[in-house]
Design a protein around this ligand. Structure first.
Ligand code: SF4
Ligand code: SF4
Length: 236
């Protein structure tokens, strides 16, 4: 389908619905998503329109105590699990479930914003390649969302390989394991970040020294170890 909902695997992304603005650990995200899903399935009736705003109000009240990384970013409670196995996350009031093209108007953003928004990674010409890599790495939808929303990191990596004169084909094939290692390191630091996918990349990453600084800041010693391995494999 798309980076948001891959055809393969049991993972999907929900980062742009504000999930990661909540200061929670990966396990707590899953508990919250399960709670929302259970409450939604037991209280919302698609035939009863006022059951949507009641659910939204109830959840907003219940989630008000969760610390936020940015008070101005909204966390939509309609994001939950959308498959019977409770593995894929998505919009529980998406028209494919409700049959109503405007049902997302019950949310804070409204249907037109919910349906029009595409993050940088989704817009990228490499979206399919990123998708297959992230599906391979992610253990669950929370990890997949962290990876998919982190478009500045993906972009920096594209630039890094480009500046090493390694083509994108080689990057995703020959260096696939190295990429997977790097993203796994990234996942270890992701809980601290606030990936909404709305982040703007002000950095052009025009040369290797800028990229060095960026990756060292983001990954610390792990980056230096990884780069040493890369240099051995690709002495340049
Ligand atoms: S952050 Fe990107 S990949 Fe994730 S749901 Fe939003 S648009 Fe899709
Ligand atoms: S209503 Fe919009 S913001 Fe809320 S979960 Fe659905 S798509 Fe995301």
């Amino acid at each position: 389908m798309s980076l948001c909902h891959p055809d393969v695997g049991n993972v999907s992304c929900g980062a742009c619905c504000g999930l990661f603005n909540l200061k929670l650990q990966p396990k707590e995200f899953k508990t919250l998503l399960l709670e929302r899903t259970f409450e939604f399935q037991t209280t919302v009736n698609f035939e009863v329109r006022h059951s949507f705003p009641i659910f939204r109000k109830e959840r907003e009240t219940k989630e008000a105590h969760i610390p936020k990384k940015d008070d101005m970013t909204y966390n939509c409670p309609f994001l939950g699990y959308v498959d019977p196995a409770k593995q894929r996350i998505g919009c529980m009031i998406h028209p494919i479930f409700t049959g109503d093209p405007k049902s997302q108007n019950f949310s804070f953003y409204g249907a037109s914003i919910c349906q029009a928004y595409d993050c940088k990674n989704k817009e990228s010409i490499l979206a399919d390649l990123w998708e297959s890599l992230f599906v391979e790495i992610a253990k669950d939808s929370v990890e997949y969302s962290f990876l998919s929303a982190d478009h500045i990191f993906s972009y920096a990596l594209e630039k890094y390989f480009q500046l090493l004169n390694i083509s994108m084909d080689r990057m995703f094939q020959e260096f696939r394991l190295e990429m997977m290692d790097l993203f796994r390191m990234r996942l270890q630091t992701s809980a601290e970040k606030n990936f909404t996918s709305f982040e703007i990349n002000y950095e052009s990453f025009s040369d290797l020294s800028v990229l060095e600084d960026y990756f060292s800041k983001e990954l610390g010693q792990s980056w230096k170890d990884w780069r040493e391995g890369m240099t051995k494999k690709n002495p340049g």
